[in-house]
Design a protein around this ligand. Sequence first.
Ligand code: CTP
Ligand code: MG
Length: 398
Amino acid sequence: MTILPVPHTAIIVVAAGSGTRLGASAPKAFVGIDARSVLRHALDGVFAATPAQVVVVAPEGLEGDAETELREAAGERAELGRVVTGGATRQQSVAAGLAALWGDVETVLVHDAARALTPPTQIDAVAAAVTAEVGVIPALPVVDTLKKVVDGAVVAAVDRSELAAAQTPQGFPRALLEAAYAAARDNGIEYTDDAALFAAAGHVVRHIPGSERAFKITTPADLERARHLLGAVAAATGIPRVGIGTDVHAFGGDGNLWLAGLEWVGERPLSGHSDGDAVSHAIVDALLGAAGLGDIGEHFGTSHPEYAGAHADVFLARTRALLSEAGFEIGNVSVQFQGNRPRFSPRRAEAEGVLSAVLGAPVSVTATTTDRLGFPGRGEGIAVTAIATVLPTGRTEG
Ligand code: CTP
Ligand code: MG
């Protein structure tokens, strides 16, 4: 283990929010951007900056996962990091982080894990600008034309030259920030950010230029933006990537079977949120996995009612577009399903033609029975495995 000098700066990375507006199945900090989570990317940036104590504030119950991310991001600097449990509000989470600071720390930076792609230079610039009295925030000029609206009516124009959009990390002299936090706790006020809390205690806050890359991942569109920014890097490496997807559906419901992009008249259907086409769903996961773009639940799950009842062409065309936007084209797909029905070989060429056309790449489909073993062998459902390769194009869109 390397022994590092005790730093006089600490960075509190708040990651304890639930990410309501993102609406993913996991708390926001643990959602994958590519192969790495929001928190991991944020910590990669933090550990690329000048060494500092790093306190990660994690959601209750996910401290162990945060520890793992911290250890992997920290590398040789692991001894500088620790994880604490967050609170019900961001302000309470920051307070929990403040309580874990080492005695030698004089400057505290508070950083949103959700600003996952913040450049390390921004972190260093904030730390360097903090003085014993003055707090510092990075901010961007406001580009939109702003209006004040009341009850749906535009009541006034707002002069944007007087406004700035605040980012993180926000840096403060430790002693004054701790006192300001204690005062906020005593008077029970929740402030919009640390700078507001610090200013309310009578102190000065200055701003330095922020960065477009330090945007906060709040909505699904923000997550897409982060993926595009990282996809450009992945694409530039030029290395083909491989992905795997599996899916299982039980037979059930009314109507005809949909499988491998075809309707099978007179065959029992598979149940599912969409048409139950397990072959196309496994392909979607293999493709998204290969490109590091999350999974089918995230893009097409029950939170996307527009895909209820949709067929393979819709899923696969959308998946192809997602890959293309992120800078990938499809190399090939190989997919196999296990099941007694339908008898596949008579329509193999037709299915491969449909799937290949919508993906713009060769798709081969094979089928097998399982010697009457397991649920496919008992005729209860179908199990599918797909493998896909994707090729970086060196171009990203959007
Ligand atoms: N945060 C926190 N503890 C809370 C609430 C928020 O540590 N109780 C952190 C989040 O993890 C995030 C940062 O504060 O890194 C900025 O908050 P925001 O973007 O609002 O994240 P969430 O609160 O998770 O998202 P939402 O408001 O959509 O639920
Ligand atoms: Mg929030």
